[in-house]
Design a protein around this ligand. Structure first.
Ligand SMILES: *Cc1c(COP(=O)(O)O)cnc(C)c1O
Length: 425
């Protein structure tokens, strides 16, 4: 696509955008929310907390109303009965991550889910116990695998293998992972890799990662916190063993909302896998008989423990209904254009201070662009904030910027870069 560096061109792209109406379905924060004439923020942190769909209020209020009117009977009599409410989410969520319904369920929160999945898929032996993770993994994932190593009695220094970018580079190379597994794969029990890196925005080839891990019988797990609703991970075809993601980033389901898990169909009937149990992964047909011996459910549902919070699920359903209406293909198509426009405008800024560390190939990234800014510090971020530009600053000098195809416009991107340019020059 040939881009032009002008506001008129940005407006033209918005006029041609078949998804531009979606912005209207979201609450866009304003500098003065009490005053309807307030200026809308230029919001580029949907990778951290997605904006609120206008539908959310209606869905959450419905559950509050049913609770008020029906009390415990809401489990059966609510407009959407609470008993199996999670099932309303499954198919829509499965489509977003490219999975079969039996492979997906919404439950708990992300780090909790990683641990529950590792109970099953991190089964170390004395000689095959190591874990491979990317060197700049999100801290929670790193803490989680470290604590798993300790929990099983292993030394963290010895047990953790980092897949690192090469000296002088920012991105991971798949050949380097291959090398690690070729050399040390016999000692590795599991890989836990961020499918889209939170820092660089790099989208890794999940199918290749799975093949590399499986070549030495290592189990492969993927954290899709920055992938779900952003890229199309095709989880089923990728053959990874398990995955987990949160719903408050690109999935716009509200702060601290529940998370998704994926367990590949090849494990769905394996009742021998070690796992923790509660009444919610017991056979749903006999769950309320209460005195039955534990009988684990097949598929991802077999990792649930508790009856889930309906108010949070209502917010997820509101968001998934929007995703379902639009579809990931259309979103990705717009996303590539929108991020391409951002990349183009960044490259047009005449300064030696800026370097994009996100891959330039649209197939190797989602919507986020991470910009390294020399001679800058967090005060730049503060200056942007004071001009209603919401981006995200990662020490020492990286600004992450995520134009989200659901609600960001080409004009947003143009305005944001105009402000950044002024601040840099
Ligand atoms: C956002 C994020 C988390 C956050 O974990 P919670 O358990 O939801 O607090 C964890 N890992 C990654 C990779 C993330 O991007």
């Amino acid at each position: 696509m040939q881009y032009q560096n002008s506001l008129a061109f940005a407006k033209q792209l918005d006029a041609q955008d078949s998804l531009s109406h979606l912005r209207n379905q979201f609450h866009i924060p304003k500098d003065n929310p009490e005053n309807s004439g307030g200026n809308e923020w230029l919001y580029f942190t949907g990778n951290s907390l997605g904006l609120q769909p206008k539908l959310t209020e209606k869905y959450v209020l419905q559950e509050l109303k049913d609770w008020a009117n029906l009390g415990v009977e809401g489990h059966f009599e609510a407009k959407r009965p609470w008993l199996n409410y999670y099932e309303f989410l499954t198919e829509k969520m499965a489509k977003i991550v490219g999975a079969k319904p039996i492979e997906v369920v919404v439950m708990n929160t992300l780090t909790t889910n990683l641990h529950l999945l590792m109970v099953s898929f991190y089964q170390p032996t004395k000689t095959k116990y190591k874990i491979v993770i990317e060197s700049d993994a999100f801290p929670s994932d790193k803490y989680a695998v470290e604590s798993q190593l300790k929990f099983h009695g292993f030394d963290v220094q010895e047990g953790l293998i980092f897949w690192k970018p090469r000296e002088g580079e920012d991105l991971l190379r798949i050949e380097d992972l291959e090398q690690i597994i070729n050399n040390q794969g016999d000692e590795v029990a599991m890989l836990l890799i961020g499918g889209v890196n939170y820092y660089t925005g790099q989208f890794l080839d999940l199918k290749k990662i799975a093949a590399i891990g499986h070549s030495k019988n290592c189990l492969v797990g993927i954290d899709l916190a920055h992938g779900a609703g952003n890229i199309q991970p095709n989880l089923h075809d990728s053959e990874v063993d398990f995955a987990a993601w949160c719903t408050y980033k690109y999935l716009n389901s509200g702060p601290g909302s529940l998370a998704g898990i994926f367990v590949h169909e090849k494990h769905s009937k394996n009742k021998e896998l070690p796992r923790f149990a509660g009444w919610w992964n017991h056979n749903k047909k006999t769950r309320f008989n209460m005195r039955m011996p534990f009988d684990v459910m097949e598929g991802a549902e077999g990792w649930q423990l508790s009856n889930p919070p309906i108010l949070s699920m209502a917010a997820i359903l509101a968001s998934l209904d929007l995703f379902d209406e639009v579809g990931m293909n259309a979103l990705r198509e717009k996303s590539e254009k929108l991020t391409g426009f951002l990349e183009f405008l960044i490259q047009e800024i005449e300064t030696h201070k800026i370097k994009i560390i996100t891959p330039s190939n649209p197939k190797e990234r989602g919507c986020q662009i991470s910009i390294q800014i020399k001679e800058a510090n967090k005060s730049l971020h503060q200056q942007l904030l004071s001009k209603n530009v919401i981006t995200d600053w990662r020490e020492p000098n990286v600004m992450r910027c995520a134009p989200v195809p659901m609600y960001n416009s080409f004009e947003d991107v143009f305005q944001m870069i105009s402000i950044l340019k002024t601040l840099l020059q």
